[in-house]
Design a protein around this ligand. Structure first.
Ligand code: DHB
Length: 396
């Protein structure tokens, strides 16, 4: 039977970044991914990298294509009824942000893992994980050919997304909690062949609802519109999309650029936090443990922040037989998760109009947003949360 120090379930941002960082520490791992490589590399997700995530890519030799191709920005705009206020991220914080789609991030890490001799089993589903309360983990899985296999490991990490079945055993622990929050709105996301509306992102609030102008390349743009959580793609004709985008974003000096829409999808808004994120030799990372709503695009960055703790902690446990950092993984990771949770909630609630909200709430919400934008202190606070804190570092 084969053995690996760390078995990782899921080739998403958490799993791939973890495997890469472990390799840098001289610790090997095996990644199990139920989907195909093509599927992982093509699924459309959000696209903002915090400075800390960009630094990690550069410092560990995965940043070259990102530096070449990402749209690196030093500001964002916040628009109220077409009136834009610039938030000078770099001037206010010293940090930049990159618009780089998650699937491009995954492509870079998959290529790097393979180039470094790493093992990723695609089209491979994990059937059972056992032994995490004891001395050794056993992972039973069905390989690409449909054959049942077994692997043992010292540790197992679930980075398999918000539906992870491995949260359940963690939540069986005394005192374990999962906090959840649902939002009364969702986003309708489109990809469109069009020139950039402007270089920097625009977060727009309007009586008709929120809109976000983001970008993918010089010729492909990513736009989002606030919609109802139970809306379907069929309810949003191209004409309706364009008329809503223009109403919510346009001004005398700026018009949303139009083109052929080639992807439409509804994105759910949810918050969830699991605490702790570990049980024995089992650890949760990324969306398997926590979910943020899309506003501010913190999801990938939070997954990276989790494994910035977990990788040195696992390396210390494997190489030095010292679990002190590993035992503190949840305590070290959870405070940052709550801060990102707060920021995503706060940005979402300031920018979205809730259908049926009393006039009082509507006016209070706009006054809050206007107060934040009106002072340098307010803009600095928003900018600091938006660009995120540097990633923690630990000696192994
Ligand atoms: C994108 C998504 C976000 O949620 C956000 O806040 C900014 C950009 C994007 O997909 O480009």
């Amino acid at each position: 039977m084969s053995h690996t120090p760390v078995a990782i379930i899921g080739a998403g941002p958490a799993g791939l970044t973890l495997s890469h960082l472990l390799h840098q520490h001289g610790v090997e791992s095996v990644i199990f991914e139920s989907r195909s490589r093509e599927d992982v590399e093509e699924t459309v997700r959000a696209g903002v990298l915090e400075q800390g995530t960009m630094n990690l890519m550069r410092e560990t030799g995965v940043g070259e294509r990102m530096d070449r191709e990402a749209d690196i920005d030093e500001a964002i705009d916040i628009s109220i009824d077409g009136l834009r206020t610039r938030i000078e991220l770099t001037e206010l914080t010293g940090h930049q942000m990159a618009v780089y789609p998650q699937h491009e991030y995954l492509k870079d890490f998959i290529a790097k893992r393979i180039a470094d001799g790493g093992t990723i089993y695609f089209n491979t589903s994990v059937d059972e994980v056992s032994g995490y309360d004891g001395d050794r983990v056993t992972v039973s899985y069905t390989d690409e050919k449909g054959e049942s296999q077994t692997l043992t490991s010292d540790y197992v990490v679930a980075g398999d997304g918000s539906k992870s079945p491995y949260r359940k055993p963690v939540l069986e622990l005394d005192g374990a909690v999962r906090d959840r929050h649902e939002y009364p709105y969702a986003w309708f996301g489109i990809l469109v062949n069009a020139p950039q509306t402007q270089k920097e992102l625009i977060y727009a609030t309007h009586d008709q609802g929120f809109a976000l102008i983001s970008t993918r390349t010089e010729t492909v743009q990513r736009y989002y519109l606030q919609c109802n959580p139970d809306d379907t793609v069929e309810q949003w004709s191209d004409d309706r999309i364009w008329s809503e985008l223009h109403a919510r974003v346009d001004s005398a000096d700026l018009q949303v650029s139009e083109g052929e829409i080639f992807d439409k999808a509804v994105l759910r808004f949810r918050s969830a936090v699991t605490d702790p994120m570990q049980r024995g030799r089992l650890f949760l990372a990324g969306d398997a443990a926590h979910t943020v709503p899309p506003t501010g695009a913190k999801g990938l960055n939070l997954a990276v922040a989790d494994v910035a703790v977990l990788a040195p902690a696992l390396a210390r446990a494997v190489k030095r037989n010292n679990r002190d950092l590993l035992d503190r993984y949840s305590a070290l990771a959870v405070p940052r998760i709550w801060k990102a949770q707060h920021f995503s909630y706060w940005m979402s609630s300031m920018l979205h109009s809730v259908p049926g909200d009393p006039h009082f709430q509507h006016q209070r919400r706009l006054a809050e947003l206007e107060s934040v934008l009106a002072t340098e202190a307010g803009r600095t606070y928003l900018a600091q949360q938006y660009v995120g804190k540097d990633l923690p570092t630990f000696e192994v």
